[in-house]
Design a protein around this ligand. Structure first.
Ligand SMILES: Cc1cc2nc3c(=O)[nH]c(=O)nc-3n(C[C@H](O)[C@H](O)[C@H](O)COP(=O)(O)OP(=O)(O)OC[C@H]3O[C@@H](n4cnc5c(N)ncnc54)[C@H](O)[C@@H]3O)c2cc1C
Length: 314
């Protein structure tokens, strides 16, 4: 969503792929941009998670979007630029589909009909990480925007942090998250949404965009899974799992262990949220979710061994 009263000194909120691409486009056109994100680092739902095992091994996981495809020619030219500079690479993967009733793989993508799948290198967050350092872009993490106020007399936006801190005055604002006017914001933070809808009534339609929750389970195994013929596959007839991806098969990743990320079904995640609430899940909830997702994976009959690392995330 975009609110553009004038130019120069634009502020954008969210250091994620949409925010980062928008910010660099503005900066390349001579507009000075400040990016804010309440998260610890760049990426949003295209983040990479770094975990250290008890014996000191570093494990990296793309726990959000596993890859992306492109159909729009304008986007394709941007992605081609990223590909030539090594920020993204093609993941040559043949996706499959596993049926949990028959415990069999039932489908594989046809090589000739396969769409080109891209991943960030060395992690999905590489795009945001690089773009947030472009000239003209100043990036601030761990800063949640709590309020956007339009100051009529000054022709400026005043931004206030979730903690009440004054974040400054800006001539223009770009917000790329529907949270800005969503009642969900109140459920999570206990505060009113950042933008008063009366300033931009047309944004009411953003409240109707569905939110599809998902849990991700990060797993690491000592050896490759010998009975699994696909490095990425969907599940049919599972109430718990929707997808599985082999992280360590992506280009530019370490192959010292076999790492997988499992995604839950939306229904499973909604059930858990209905019982535990929308706030950040507790350690106990994540542990229970991790156990249930792993049990479903082990129950596929694919001779999956016990992982040496397991952690769930929402
Ligand atoms: C498990 C999973 C699988 C996915 N699979 C795919 C896939 O296969 N292919 C595909 O194309 N896409 C996939 N996606 C979707 C894709 O990741 C997202 O569409 C894309 O990353 C969205 O980017 P964004 O920049 O719009 O926002 P997001 O990445 O959602 O960014 C949200 C950011 O906004 C920040 N924020 C929110 N409120 C505030 C505030 N008040 N102040 C400051 N910061 C704030 C948050 O900290 C967060 O970093 C998947 C997503 C998930 C979670």
């Amino acid at each position: 969503m975009v609110v553009f009263p004038s130019f120069f000194n634009i502020k954008s909120f969210k250091l994620t792929v949409s925010g980062a691409v928008c910010a660099t486009t503005l900066a390349r056109n001579g507009i000075s941009v400040t990016l804010f994100d309440s998260a610890r680092g760049p990426g949003g739902r295209m983040s990479q998670r770094r975990e250290i095992t008890e014996d000191g091994k570093e494990l990296l996981f793309d726990h959000g979007a596993p890859y992306f495809t492109v159909t729009n020619p304008d986007v394709l030219s941007v992605v081609a630029e990223w590909e030539s500079s090594g920020l993204v690479a093609e993941w040559k993967i043949n996706l499959g589909s596993f049926d949990c009733f028959s415990n069999k793989f039932v489908n594989f993508e046809h090589q000739e009909r396969r769409s080109k799948k891209y991943v960030g290198v060395p992690g999905m967050n590489s795009i945001c990480k690089t773009l947030c350092h472009e000239p003209g872009v100043e990036s601030k993490f761990n800063v949640g925007v709590g309020k956007f106020e339009w100051l009529e007399n000054e022709n400026l936006w005043l931004l206030t942090g979730l903690d009440g801190q004054n974040l400054g005055h800006f001539k223009g604002v770009v917000a790329s998250d529907k949270n800005i006017v969503s009642p969900r914001f109140t459920e999570i933070t206990g505060q009113l949404p950042p933008l008063d809808l009366s300033l931009a009534p047309e944004l009411v339609k953003l409240q109707n965009i569905p939110v599809n929750p998902c849990f991700a389970l990060m797993l690491a195994f000592t050896d490759p899974l010998p009975m699994v013929p696909a490095k990425g596959f969907s599940f049919t007839n599972s109430k718990v799992l929707s997808w599985a991806y082999c992280e360590s098969s992506k280009p530019g990743r370490s192959s010292t262990s076999e790492r997988w990320v499992l995604h839950s079904t939306m229904e499973y995640a909604k059930d858990v949220i209905a019982q535990t609430g929308l706030q950040k899940p507790s350690r106990e909830t994540l542990s229970k979710v991790g156990n249930e997702m792993l049990q479903e994976f082990l129950g596929t009959g694919l001779s999956i061994p016990q992982p040496f690392f397991k952690k769930a995330h929402r």
